[in-house]
Design a protein around this ligand. Structure first.
Ligand code: SF4
Length: 427
């Protein structure tokens, strides 16, 4: 049995994300200047919701997506006007563009002419082998990759019928293999693949099977996940489960929401898993309890609004009390804990200042800038020494007021023991 109680003789180096989530080895494709697969950082994608023919509006959305953390953006190319729009968008876009093609393979050729850096083809609705080979041949000549984007909801009807009138992981992967076969006939294999479904367990199983079948980079997503918060939950569960298994090279949240929300969520998921470096705020906050000395939800919301605008990579904690807050959030770069009408600011667990409750958010903003520009050690060196004593006095006073059991846990424990003793609850 593993001995978890005896600490190791030497402090081991903390695990990195690559130790935790060994990545599946894949070949690499280039979407413009963004590498996908082959050990490249996992990229974040989103899709514009404007008419592609509306050039200025679409570019505005692309810039907003880039600012929110997207690396690649997809635009529909469903008409000649859309293709003409792409011809104007591509040269001015800060992100490489994937053209989304459905039903009409000529739109794929038009998008290539417009200069897009990748195509997405849905094998379920472009089914004529000659058309598929024509597009693949053109992509090979232009060195432009294709995403084979299988979608559970638009699976080729013949595959659906062949798999018992059901969408199964096997049917989705078979669709991929048929498409790869057409590509191979013209010597094209510059491909990344997705097998999305709106059913999360189906999506997970389909990607696992696909990962065992091919070595192409995979684009992860739960299609039609819906509006937040349910959509966020479904997408996070599906994408996060696979990433934790080392599967996935680029991701997209498909939310019924502003696409900026998709890019933010994708970026945040990768940062939370340690798969991309933090670029912005990571706000943690305690759930509040009987010890809370402040409206934690209100302060956390105000802190997020004020700190997000700084766009600096920092983890900030908002804690409801000074009794446990600084200790519980000692790993945060910066934090605040409430106590007796005051806020105790701490940097990596060390108190650096005590401020009035109505100054807490402003103080967080100024100290965040100090931590970011000068570093943790320099920020700790700026500590107001009288603050440490004031913080300890507040903590001691709260413990004296509330006792060591502010949440009344001991009363419940005593009741459980009484019920066990009386035979009401089996021991
Ligand atoms: S003990 Fe303090 S920091 Fe922990 S949940 Fe309660 S109020 Fe928040």
């Amino acid at each position: 049995m593993t001995d978890l109680l005896t600490p190791p003789a030497a402090d081991p180096a903390p695990p990195t994300s690559s130790d935790r989530f060994a990545r599946r080895a894949t070949r690499q494709v280039m979407v413009g200047d963004v590498p996908v697969g082959g050990g490249a950082p996992i990229s974040v994608q989103s899709m514009t919701t404007t008419k592609t023919a509306y050039v200025e509006g679409t570019l505005g959305q692309i810039y907003a997506l880039a600012a929110a953390g997207a690396d690649i953006v997809r635009c529909t190319c469903n008409s000649v006007d859309a293709a003409a729009g792409l011809a104007q968008i591509v040269p001015r876009s800060p992100l490489p563009i994937v053209a989304d093609i459905h039903h009409n393979h000529r739109m794929a050729l038009a998008a290539l002419e417009a200069g897009v850096q990748c195509l997405r083809l849905n094998p379920g609705n472009i089914r004529k082998p000659d058309d598929i080979r024509t597009v693949a041949r053109e992509c090979a000549d232009r060195r432009i990759p294709i995403r084979i984007g299988v979608n559970g909801g638009s699976l080729d009807p013949s595959l659906y019928a062949a798999h018992g009138d059901r969408v199964t992981p096997e049917a989705m992967v078979a669709s991929v293999q048929i498409e790869l076969g057409y590509f191979a006939e013209v010597g094209f294999d510059d491909v990344k693949i997705s097998v999305k479904a709106s059913d999360v367990p189906l999506m997970i199983e389909a990607y696992r099977l696909l990962a065992d079948t091919v070595d192409h980079p995979l684009h992860l997503g739960v299609t039609e996940a819906g509006p937040p918060p349910g959509g966020l939950l479904k997408a996070t569960l599906g994408i996060g489960t696979l990433l934790a298994e080392g599967i996935g090279d680029t991701i997209r949240y498909s939310l019924t929401a502003d696409p900026v929300e998709e890019a933010r969520a994708g970026r945040q998921l990768l940062e939370v898993l340690g798969l991309r470096e933090r670029t912005g705020l990571d706000l943690i906050a305690c759930p509040s309890c009987g010890r809370a000395e402040v409206d934690v939800i209100g302060v956390a919301d105000a802190a997020r609004a004020a700190l997000e605008d700084l766009q600096i990579p920092i983890q900030v904690a908002v804690m409801g009390c000074v009794v446990n807050g600084p200790g519980e959030a000692r790993e945060a770069d910066l934090g605040i804990a409430a106590g007796r009408g005051r806020g105790h600011l701490f940097v990596r667990g060390e108190v650096v200042a005590v401020v009035r409750e109505d100054e807490m958010v402003d103080a967080l903003v100024s100290w965040a800038q100090v931590v970011h520009t000068e570093g943790v050690a320099a920020a700790q060196a700026r500590a107001d020494r009288s603050a440490v004593a004031a913080a300890e006095a507040d903590r001691a006073a709260l413990l004296a007021d509330q006792g060591a059991d502010a949440n009344g846990a001991q009363v419940r424990i005593d009741e459980i023991r009484r019920r066990v003793a009386d035979g009401e609850v089996a021991s």
